[in-house]
Design a protein. Structure first.
Lengths: 379, 139
């Protein structure tokens, strides 16, 4: 890709976040999509490219009234939207379409109009993990962490600090689900979910959505909002079963996606003013900081605990409060992108003064896949 | 005996040898004749080099406790809290397991402790490979 060839010209979340019992999942996609188009000063008539995950892309297009000539239904978990941005950049650069709408909607809490659980005991992953009583991300995604604690020195207190610091950021956001301050002791005495993980180290379960409108950079100046350029992109994938992750202390998908994003953006770590790392659980920012190369192996937990990522710190991280405090519908990646866009527009309630480059990093499945997007407000 | 609340895996043609071995009380791995790597889960080619020249072999059944969580969430057919673990086999590959015949506590479940395979019968066709502390190391 060419850095800054494509811009995000529309970005919005659903009108409401949290508990939305009056909208089904497809309607959340539409609410977010229409909000993002209004933000860009466009209508559905202007859209010729659709990308989405977690819901059938054709159904989303049809429901919105769009007849697209480019569709991307890549669905690799909660980082799919970062991957969609990468694919949209390629499509827009190649002239396959002119205006791409990426939508996310998920009735994670109210469970209205969403797909049911997939019980298929002959599937590869279900044959070799499901029989052992794994039931949900809290007892599956967390499985590598004890190994990392032993090998890399990560501690329970450091994991707790991830939640504490992110709650400090959430306090800035009127739309965050949880805004009251918490302490390490609060986290370490919260309900046990899957030792060593306690409730406050696990993400929320909420309803919501978000959408992005992308077009070529030369058109971007014609829109009402400040363009946010896509400076770099990456993606990667490793394994659908966490038990087969090669290195329990480091994600191969993270490393690949992060390296590609930095290389395509042509930036150094010191150029990054603002960072988002998808945090379904408290260990993910630790893995992310290390695997993206912001700190060395085994240094991520201490880096957060020492305050470098908190308000006023040198590397503001997850400034919306993250999946632990802002919201988490199930496929959180879209909300990380939304905060990255807000920071580049200068409109975040937790605005990082003078921020010019934001890096947004996502995870899909249980360390299964990854997507990374580098945003900038400088053409 | 079989618990109707447990999740019972269904073998596919490519994994049938593994489950047939487990039914007979044998833990089976595959090994590549081209590059020599042992691998799991089963498939008809080597995931390290892509060769289809692979064979089935009996694993020693010895492993070490590689990582785990102690799950407190309700799960059909399980009594929480219980450990969901990953074990590393002596031959190299890792697999998921519960840890049987051992208190489900951080104090008893020590990383790298030696383990031995055992088999949990779920149905007439399916016995699930499981691990427990190796003899002499039982808690």
């Amino acid at each position: 890709m060419t850095p800054n060839s494509v811009a995000i010209v529309g970005a919005a979340e659903t009108t409401e976040l949290g508990r939305i019992p009056h909208l089904s999942q497809i309607a959340l996609h539409a609410d977010a999509g229409l909000n993002a188009l209004a933000d860009a000063g466009l209508t559905i008539r202007d859209v010729d490219g659709i990308a989405t995950a977690g819901h059938n892309a054709v159904e989303v297009a049809h429901y919105l009234g769009v007849a697209p000539s480019w569709v991307d239904g890549t669905s690799v978990g909660g980082c799919s939207f970062m991957v969609h941005v990468r694919h949209a950049v390629a499509a827009l650069e190649a002239g396959l379409c002119r205006t791409v709408l990426i939508t996310h909607g998920e009735s994670g809490r109210s469970k209205l109009g969403r797909y049911g659980p997939s019980i298929a005991p002959a599937l590869f992953d279900q044959q070799f993990e499901q029989p052992y009583g794994v039931t949900a991300p809290p007892n599956r995604f967390t499985l590598p962490v004890l190994r990392k604690m032993k090998d890399d020195g990560l501690t329970e207190e450091q994991l707790a600090m991830v939640a504490v610091v992110q709650r400090e950021w959430a306090a800035f956001h009127p739309r965050a689900s949880f805004r009251d301050p918490i302490t390490v002791e609060d986290v370490l005495t919260s309900r046990m979910i899957a030792w060593p993980f306690r409730l406050l180290m696990c993400c929320l379960v909420t309803d919501g959505g978000g959408a992005l409108v992308l077009t070529t950079a030369e058109r971007a100046k014609d829109f009402p909002t400040r363009p946010v350029y896509v400076r770099g992109v990456g993606e990667g994938a490793e394994t659908p079963v966490v038990s087969q992750m090669k290195d329990f202390g480091s994600s191969a998908a993270f490393r690949t996606s992060g390296r590609l994003a930095f290389e395509s953006a042509g930036i150094a770590h010191s150029d990054v003013d603002h960072l988002m790392i998808y945090d379904a659980f408290a260990h993910l920012p630790v893995y992310g900081l290390e695997d993206l190369g912001f700190v060395g192996r085994g240094e991520g937990g201490a880096f957060i605990a020492e305050g470098h990522t908190r308000p006023g710190g040198s590397l503001p991280l997850n400034t919306n409060g993250g999946g632990l405090s802002y919201m988490h519908s199930g496929m959180y990646g879209m909300y990380a992108l939304q905060e990255g866009v807000r920071q580049m527009r200068g409109t975040s309630p937790a605005q990082v003064a003078g921020a010019r480059i934001s890096l947004v990093h996502g995870v899909g499945g249980m360390f299964a896949a990854s997507g990374t997007v580098v945003l900038t407000n400088e053409a | 005996m079989s618990d109707p609340r447990r999740f019972i895996p269904v073998p596919t043609p490519e994994t049938a040898h593994f489950w047939e071995g487990a039914r007979q009380g044998e833990l089976r791995l595959q090994r590549c004749d081209a590059c020599g790597e042992a691998y799991f889960p089963p498939r008809p080619f080597c995931p390290d080099c892509g060769s289809r020249e692979v064979r089935v072999e009996r694993a020693s059944g010895r492993a070490r406790l590689y990582s785990y969580v102690i799950n407190h969430l309700p799960a059909s057919g399980f009594e929480a809290p219980y450990a969901i673990a990953v074990v590393e086999l002596e031959e190299g590959p890792r697999m998921m397991s519960n840890i049987l015949d051992c208190p489900q506590t951080p104090e008893a479940l020590v990383l790298d402790m030696p383990l031995q395979v055992t088999f949990e019968r779920l149905s007439d066709e399916i016995s699930l490979p499981q691990f427990r502390p190796a003899a002499g190391d039982a808690a």
